[in-house]
Ligand binder design. Structure first.
Ligand code: IFL
Length: 459
């Protein structure tokens, strides 16, 4: 199969696509006319994480990990005033010393009119990119390589905090994101249904692919490595938490959503054949609460492994304001959710990663000095189950807690982020301290660290 990825500006491609795509679907072949889907599995080379059956392998050993979400890693890596390289290096050292060596990072954001959107964005306008922020990814990857860390880089977002799919919808329909901004309207259902229009917009898909290509085919300005030849990148992820619709509405979007996953994953595969492709899905919760639809949407050789997320207080299994109150009953549901997804991955014959989970601090405090008793108990129980299933040879390969807050602190009375503030693990639409694991959270860090070491020690 010939792979001829042409380098073209998105506007030049647009004309061809408008003719080639229907609004219902835009396959990868249609979108570029020069890229084929269902490409071969990545070349197995020793330095890259690869998939063998339901496991990851690195060199001649299984690769299992306890990692972190670090969405703003590239922002810290940017040169000059924008970034904070000194902080980034110190925190990578802290994480690495704790054995936390797998980081899930945002690699594309879009400038938006959302009240709680991050600013600046990597894509400043359609097809225009902030070179400083791209150099932030360069710096991050280079520093991670020095510490033998692996990166999972996501290329879009279903949610508003980085612009994401809704911003593409604005660019290509003219409907402003402000009309659907959940932080203004309180209407999350309407926001999600608007965001999910993205998949069927042929022109938006062309720009999205151009953004994907811009990042994936980049050469690191610090170490000269082509990203596609850099084993630091374990996986490219289609988006953060892509959903076909809202919690339970949007079944009509499912066919185009599924096709979008299969074709976009195939497109990424052609660009980065040595690296893995994953979706960033929450699992059944984010797929119209359906295990079957989750299975179907990932049933393509273009997706190397599965991801799922676990949010007991967001999902009302526990209480945001007092996570201890229903810790026990919520944990039962959480463990069932974990087991169901690991079993499903086993049936699909793919590895699976719990790539987000989190819980509030005691009494729902945002204060980094407040205790984390319930959270610690929750982390420990989750890790124990993951370890037991991994030890039994099941498909679970690792976890990424949400989220590394490091030394980031807010001094704002409302706990919310504004442009220019230090970053914490909580994105701008959430209180800074909601789910962040700060550098001072010694007991939680110890739990993660112990688990990381135990996972690594498994054969
Ligand atoms: O901050 C949220 C993030 O957008 C996500 N999942 C849940 C997080 C906590 O609410 O991807």
């Amino acid at each position: 199969m010939q792979q001829t990825t042409m380098v073209r500006g998105w506007k030049a491609v647009l004309g061809g696509v408008a003719l080639a795509c229907t609004l219902a679907a835009c396959s990868s072949k249609d979108a570029t006319t020069d890229v084929e889907v269902d490409a071969a599995a990545p070349a197995a080379t020793d330095d890259f994480v690869r998939v063998e059956g339901t496991h990851f392998v690195l060199g001649d050993k299984p690769y299992r990990f306890a990692g972190a979400n670090f969405w703003y890693g590239a922002y810290l890596g940017a040169p000059g005033e924008l970034g904070d390289r000194e902080r980034l290096v110190a925190e990578l050292d802290q994480l690495s010393e704790a054995g936390i060596d797998n980081l899930r990072v945002l690699a594309m954001s879009e400038a938006s009119g959302f009240k709680r959107g991050v600013s600046p964005a990597i894509m400043t306008a359609p097809g225009q990119y902030d070179e400083n922020l791209l150099q932030g990814i360069d710096f991050l990857l280079d520093e991670m390589a020095k510490r033998d860390m692996k990166a999972v880089l996501y290329l879009n977002n279903f949610w508003q905090w980085s612009g994401g799919m809704s911003q593409y919808v604005e660019w290509f329909t003219g409907d402003p994101v402000s009309k659907f901004d959940p932080d203004e309207t309180g209407d999350w259902n309407g926001f999600m249904l608007n965001s999910a229009r993205f998949y069927a917009l042929a022109d938006a898909q062309v720009l999205y692919r151009e953004a994907i290509r811009t990042v994936i085919t980049r050469t690191n300005t610090i170490n000269g490595k082509a990203y596609v030849d850099d084993p630091t990148v374990m996986s490219w992820q289609l988006a953060n938490e892509p959903r076909p619709g809202s919690d339970t509405e949007g079944h009509d979007n499912f066919p185009v959503f599924k096709q979008w996953i299969h074709d976009t994953a195939g497109y990424i595969r052609t660009l980065a054949p040595k690296q893995l492709v994953s979706t960033g899905s929450e699992g059944e919760w984010g797929t119209l609460r359906s295990a079957e639809l989750f299975y179907e949407s990932h049933d393509t050789p273009n997706v190397d492994y599965l991801t799922f997320h676990l949010w007991p207080s967001n999902w009302s299994w526990m209480d945001h304001h007092d996570p201890a109150a229903r810790l026990e009953s919520g944990t039962v549901l959480a463990l069932e959710y974990i087991d169901r997804h690991i079993d499903l991955a086993g049936r699909m014959g793919k590895p699976i990663v719990l790539s987000e989970f989190g819980l509030n601090r005691d009494k729902g405090s945002y204060d980094p000095a407040s205790p984390t008793t319930a959270r610690d108990a929750f982390y420990k129980t989750i890790f124990d189950r993951v370890y037991a299933r991994a030890q039994a040879g099941d498909a679970i390969a690792g976890t990424n807690f949400w989220a590394w807050g490091g030394r980031g602190r807010t001094t704002n009375a409302d706990w919310m982020w504004k442009a220019g503030d230090p970053f914490t693990g909580d994105p701008p639409q959430e209180a800074q301290g909601l789910f962040s694991l700060f550098d001072s959270d010694a007991s939680t860090l110890q739990i993660v660290s112990d688990h990381a070491k135990a996972m690594r020690a498994l054969d």
